[in-house]
Design a protein around this ligand. Sequence first.
Ligand code: HEC
Length: 184
Amino acid sequence: MNRTILLFLIIATLALVISSNAEEGGSFSPYVDSKGNITRPTDFREKWTYLGSWVHPEDSKSGMHNVYTEPGVAERYKANGGIFPDGAVLVKEVLSEASRDMTTGKGVLHAKDTVLWFVMVKDEKGRFKDNPKWGDGWGWALYYADAPLKDVSTDYKKDCLGCHLPAKQTDWIYTYGYPVLNSK
Ligand code: HEC
């Protein structure tokens, strides 16, 4: 083979390998770009699976925590023996709450305004080794309601991991609070 053609083939192959690696991040989740930046999902209330809620006392600032995942994730989690599928996204929406006396009882708590959202994206391949928002099998992000497009987390080891330590055995997720993941 002529040397020029050989050189051309080597360069073309290298270019292909580099570009497919760069696209790796972008192609595994519609919410993650090639650098590992996470976009907040917006249609989870209408279209996703509701996993469950954590309800904090009325005088607490953090109120009601509602957790969602994408359609199909709960089924795959159960079919896989309790493992979240690669690319699965979890959203925890934190809302303030209010209470009133209702026909069902006194001081009934209900959700009011959104305060913030936590987002996690399952990454079983360790794709973004140089990005401090990724590690331990997940991408980790946080958005406040007054700037809903801006992920304000900087480093999941500082911002998130310590508080999720009690759930380490269940892949850092508090799965016991989500009935659909535990039902047969
Ligand atoms: C103050 C402790 C604390 C911090 C800090 C924290 N979490 Fe959590 N997180 C929890 C607890 C406890 C739960 C479940 C109970 C609740 O919401 O009250 C939870 C639940 C979640 C859930 C719902 C799925 C699950 O694990 O059950 C997501 C998603 C989440 N956190 C993401 C994050 C991300 C991303 C960060 C960092 C940007 C973070 N959390 C920081 C304590 C924390």
